[in-house]
Each structure stands twice: as structure tokens, then as C-alpha cells.
Design a protein around this ligand. Structure first.
Ligand code: ADP
Ligand code: NA
Length: 342
């Protein structure tokens, strides 16, 4: 038995980018070195909260799986699987829909961003998305969830749902022989590092995102060397040289972003990067960033290509992962049904 249970997911919505890699996937790989069972999920049920072309979706699911494996997630040590293949997620989400309050969901800023102006026409799934996310995490009673900063509010909702379930059903939880600490753990979000929020290369006020209309705003994990170089060189900056201390990045979002990306790729801190490059012009720093990004991302890109050429292998990894995930989630769901009175 492990001390910790780590869960996280990535949506198969296409255009996996450097923010997904540095804020999430790279950290998933690092978590494998803890005393933890790690589960990494391709969350296709989240993806369809916005329209996905059915022909494309299957390929996107395989592509995220390939990115997980190419980045260094070991499917023997970690459980790599596809959300829709484990029914406990949807079943638990329904029960949580009856625990969560409408007022809680009304506060979710990501829904407001993604629904845009035509909120009446957004899917019910997009609105309920954070409840499904709570079910993803709590079906495994996960203790730790590594995510980018944009998921902070959703993780807080997961904690609220766990606590409300524990309180609402306290008597039944005890009657079914579960401890006084409640049934669900209050999950710790793991948000941090220099790339918890990677920003667009074209606009320092927007996060790097799959859905940005400008492909130059992000580095995709499928970009080749030349494209990486071109996008970094074109990245927006201000005219001043790099400061020599992190304090000097305040009010300079584009500079802060490029230094943060460099630090995350080099597995160091902004301070250490500035100790080396403080006083340098951006043209020189961008050259160094291109070299580093190509060095770190090219092997992942090549391995993703190799893996996606063999969809049978990817599907076998997902089938094995689903069986192992199901074995953890099914007893939890059985206990939840008993607690609820089903
Ligand atoms: P996206 O937000 O790009 O649509 P997902 O919702 O599938 O992608 O997010 C997958 C993971 O990547 C989440 O942990 C999310 O917090 C992280 N992530 C997404 N964008 C960024 C970003 N710009 N910087 C850091 N992490 C990010
Ligand atoms: Na996101």
C-alpha cells in the first residue's frame, strides 16, 4: 500500500501545448518518484462539454495517452486510463450533483470564460464539469492532485463536496463502519513551480490555451524544431534587457512568462535563470530558450510520433489502465451507495 494517491487528468481536445506539459504532464512524471499510487486520466467526458468531432476524438484520446507515455509516465508504475471506460466517474458525479449547491457552481470562473456571452446556449455538462472533476478525484479517494493554477477553484469545489458529503452522511458513514475522519479525504491541490500558469506567447495577459485562435500563441507538443524556434523568436517582449532579480519581472508579464518557461524546462528557478541571463537582451535569451526547448521537447515529439503510429499498443495500455482503475473505484462506489442508502 502507498501513502498517497495522486490523480490528475488532461482533456483530449487537441493542441496539447507547453502549458499542459509544464503545468501538468511534466509534474505527473515527477510524482512517480513519491511513495504514491499515481492515476493519470484522459478525461474524454470533460472534453465533450464543448463540441468534439467524433471522428477526431478517438485520435485525440490516443494523442494525450501518447504524450503521457512519451513524457515519461510509466504505465506499469502509474495507472494510465480513459475516463469513459470507468463508469464510476459518471455514477459518482450524479451523486455529487445532489451534494453540490447551485450557488457553488455559479461562482466558477472557468464556466463564465468558456460559456462566453451566450451562456443560455452552453451545455449543462459545461456547467456541471467541476462536479464531474470532483468525482474523478474522489472515486479514488485521491489525496494529491497536481494541476495548473487555472484549476485552483475547481479543486476548492472538490474539497467542499468531500466535506459536505462527510457532514451530510456522517451518521451513515459511521454506521457503515468508516472512521470519524469521514469517508472522503480533503484533497490537497499541488499547484506550483515556475510554470503553474504559462501565458500566451502573443499576449502576456492571457493563459496559453488549446482554444486560442492564434497557433503562434502556444508551443504545441507536436511542433517540430523549426516551428518552436519561429514561435519563440516571434514571442512578444518589451524592449528592456532581462533584470538580474525576480523582483524586476513585476509589471513585465511577457518577460516573466519566458523566464518562467525557461526555469521550468531547466528544472530551476526564475532567480537562477536571472543570475545567468540578467542584463542580456531578449534576442540572446530567446536563442538560449529555443535551444533548451528543442532539447527538452524534441525527444517527446519523436516518441509521440512513434507511439501514435501503433494505436493498438495505446489502446492496450488504456484497457489495462481502465481495469486497474476500476478495481480501485468500484469498491469506493459500492461503499458510497451503501452510505447514501441505495
Ligand atoms: P486546457 O486548459 O489547455 O484546455 P486541460 O483543461 O486539459 O487543458 O488542462 C490539463 C492540465 O494542464 C490542467 O492541470 C491544467 O491546469 C494545465 N494547464 C492548462 N493550461 C495551462 C497553462 N497555460 N499553464 C499551466 N498549466 C496549464
Ligand atoms: Na484547463
Amino acid at each position: 500500500a502507498f501513502n498517497e494517491l495522486v490523480f490528475s487528468g488532461v482533456q483530449p481536445t487537441g493542441n496539447l501545448h507547453l502549458g499542459n506539459y509544464l503545468g501538468a504532464i511534466k509534474r505527473f512524471v515527477e510524482m512517480q518518484n513519491r511513495d504514491a499510487q499515481c492515476l493519470y486520466c484522459v478525461v474524454d467526458m470533460h472534453a465533450i462539454t464543448l463540441w468534439q468531432d467524433p471522428q477526431a476524438l478517438r485520435g485525440q484520446i490516443r494523442e494525450v495517452t501518447a504524450a503521457f507515455l512519451a513524457a515519461g509516465i510509466d504505465p506499469r508504475r502509474s495507472i494510465v486510463f480513459n475516463q469513459s471506460q470507468v463508469p464510476a466517474h459518471a455514477e459518482l458525479a450524479w451523486i455529487f450533483n445532489c451534494v453540490a449547491r447551485i450557488g457553488w457552481l455559479n461562482r466558477m470562473t472557468q464556466f463564465k470564460d468558456k460559456a462566453g456571452k451566450d451562456r443560455e446556449n452552453a451545455s449543462v455538462g459545461l456547467y456541471a464539469y467541476p462536479v464531474l472533476m470532483a468525482a474523478d478525484i474522489l472515486a479514488y479517494r485521491a489525496t494529491h492532485v497536481p494541476v495548473g493554477e487555472d484549476q485552483k477553484q475547481h479543486l476548492e469545489l472538490t474539497r467542499d463536496i468531500a466535506q459536505k458529503f462527510n457532514t451530510d452522511f456522517a451518521g451513515s458513514i459511521m454506521a457503515h463502519g468508516h472512521g470519524e475522519d469521514g469517508f472522503f479525504p480533503v484533497t490537497e491541490p499541488l499547484i506550483g513551480g515556475p510554470a503553474a500558469r504559462v501565458m500566451s506567447l502573443r499576449d502576456g495577459a492571457k493563459k496559453m490555451s488549446k482554444s486560442d485562435a492564434s497557433d503562434n500563441s502556444r508551443i504545441n507538443l507536436t511542433d517540430d524544431q523549426d516551428l518552436i524556434a519561429q514561435k519563440v523568436r516571434k514571442a512578444k517582449t518589451d524592449p528592456d534587457p532581462l533584470p538580474s532579480e525576480a523582483e524586476g519581472l513585476k509589471g513585465r508579464p511577457e518577460a516573466d512568462n519566458l523566464v518562467g518557461i525557461y526555469a521550468a524546462l531547466a528544472e530551476t528557478t526564475r532567480e537562477a535563470v536571472l543570475a545567468q541571463y540578467g542584463g542580456a537582451q531578449f534576442s540572446a535569451f530567446k536563442g538560449a530558450l529555443v535551444d533548451l526547448a528543442v532539447e527538452k521537447l524534441s525527444p517527446i515529439n519523436a516518441e509521440m510520433k512513434r507511439l501514435t503510429a501503433d494505436p493498438g499498443h495505446i489502446d492496450a495500455v488504456l484497457a489495462d489502465g481502465a481495469a486497474r482503475a476500476e478495481a480501485i473505484a468500484a469498491p469506493t462506489l459500492d461503499a458510497v451507495k451503501d452510505i447514501v442508502g441505495f
